[in-house]
Ligand binder design. Structure first.
Ligand code: UDP
Ligand code: MG
Length: 318
C-alpha cells in the first residue's frame, strides 16, 4: 500500500481552504479505508507567501488533524516554484505524490484511478482534461492554440494536461536533478521518462475565491514555457535574415537594371540596396549570435542528460 501525499500550493486561498481540507480529508479517508493508501499518507499544503490568513489556517488544521501537513515559503515564488517545493519535501516521506490546485477544479474522484495506475507500475500519471466546455471562449482558444504552437516548436507537452498528476518516488528523484530556474514543470516531466499513463477528467469551476492567474502571469508563464524548451525562435530569426539577404540580391539586380536604363533618381539605387542588404545581414548575424546564446543557455541549466532506471551488472558480489 503506497504512502500518498497530496501536494497543494496555496496563494491567498483562505476562502477555499476550509472546504478543500474537508473534501480532500474525506477523499484521503476513503483511500485509506479501501486500502489504496497507507495510514502515513498526508495532504500537504504549501503557502506561497500569501497575504491573507492562509498560513494561519494551514497551521491550525495541522494541529487538529494529523493528516494535514504544511510548508510555508518565505515569500511568493509563483505556482510552479511552490509546487516544486512541496514535491521535493514530500519526496522524502511518500511513495507517490499527487499535485493539485487548492480550488479543486480538478476532479478529485479520479485519484483512485491515479493510484491504481501507480500500483500497476506507472511512475507518472497525467490528469488530462477531456473537454474544455466550461472554459470561456477566450481561454479555450488561447490554451489550445498554445499547446499546438508548443508542439510545432518541438516541445514535448501533454495536450490538455495542467499540473494535476501523480509522480512516483523515482520520478520525483529525477525531477530533483533538473536545476533550472525558469521552471515549467509541464515541459520537464515528460522528459523524465519511465512508464506513464493518462487519466481523463472533467474540470469544474472554482467553487470560491478568484483565479490567482491573471492574464499577465499567464502570458509570462506561456513565454517561459517556450523560451525554456525551444531555441526555434532564434532559428526563425536567422531564417528571416537569410530570406531578406536573398531578396536584397534580387533588389540589387532590379536597382542596377533601372540605373542603367536611366529610369532611377540618382542615389536611389545605392541607398535602397544598402538598406536592404545591411538590414538582412544584421538580422542574420543576430540570429547566429542568438543560436550560440541559445546553446549557452541550455548548457548553463545543466539538465541531466539521461537517467539510468536499472543496471544489471552481473557482478559476482551481487
Ligand atoms: N498559486 C500559487 N502561487 C501563485 C499563484 C497561484 O501557489 O503565485 C496556486 C493557487 O493557490 C492555486 C493554483 O496555484 O492552488 C492554481 O491557481 P488558480 O486556480 O488561481 O489558477 P487557474 O485555475 O485560474 O488557472
Ligand atoms: Mg484554478
Amino acid at each position: 500500500m503506497p504512502t500518498v501525499y497530496f501536494v497543494v500550493p496555496c496563494y491567498n486561498e483562505e476562502e477555499v481552504l476550509p472546504e478543500t481540507v474537508k473534501r480532500l480529508g474525506e477523499k484521503l479517508n476513503e483511500l485509506i479505508k479501501s486500502g489504496l493508501a497507507s495510514e502515513k499518507s498526508r495532504m500537504m499544503f504549501i503557502d506561497d507567501g500569501s497575504k491573507d490568513k492562509t498560513w494561519n489556517l494551514i497551521s491550525q488544521y495541522a494541529k487538529d488533524n494529523h493528516f494535514v501537513a504544511g510548508v510555508k515559503l518565505s515569500r511568493n515564488r509563483g505556482h510552479q516554484n511552490a509546487l516544486l517545493s512541496g514535491l521535493m519535501t514530500a519526496k522524502e516521506y511518500c511513495d507517490c505524490a499527487i499535485s493539485l490546485d487548492a480550488d479543486l477544479q480538478d476532479d478529485i474522484n479520479v485519484i483512485d484511478e491515479f493510484i491504481k495506475k501507480y500500483n500497476e507500475g506507472c511512475e507518472i500519471v497525467y490528469g488530462v482534461r477531456s473537454s474544455r466546455e466550461k472554459d470561456t471562449f477566450f481561454k479555450r482558444s488561447t490554451a489550445q492554440g498554445y499547446y499546438k504552437f508548443m508542439k510545432a516548436l518541438g516541445v514535448e507537452i501533454v495536450y490538455n494536461h495542467a499540473d494535476y498528476r501523480l509522480m512516483g518516488k523515482n520520478a520525483l528523484e529525477a525531477l530533483s536533478e533538473y536545476s533550472e530556474v525558469n521552471l515549467f514543470l509541464r515541459g520537464i516531466v515528460p522528459l523524465i521518462g519511465y512508464r506513464c499513463d493518462y487519466v481523463y477528467y472533467e474540470r469544474n469551476e472554482r467553487f470560491a475565491g478568484e483565479s490567482k492567474y491573471p492574464l499577465k502571469k499567464m502570458l509570462k508563464f506561456a513565454v517561459d514555457g517556450i523560451t525554456s524548451f525551444s531555441v526555434k525562435p532564434l532559428k526563425i530569426i536567422s531564417n528571416i535574415g537569410t530570406i531578406i539577404c536573398i531578396l536584397s540580391i534580387i533588389g540589387f539586380i532590379y536597382a542596377l537594371v533601372s540605373f542603367f536604363m536611366g529610369s532611377a533618381v540618382a542615389g536611389w539605387a545605392s541607398t535602397m540596396c544598402s538598406i536592404w542588404f545591411l538590414g538582412g545581414l544584421q538580422m542574420l548575424c543576430i540570429g547566429i549570435v542568438g543560436t550560440y546564446v541559445g546553446k549557452i543557455y541550455s548548457e548553463v541549466k545543466r539538465r541531466p542528460r539521461y537517467r539510468i532506471e536499472k543496471t544489471i551488472l552481473n557482478n559476482d558480489g551481487e
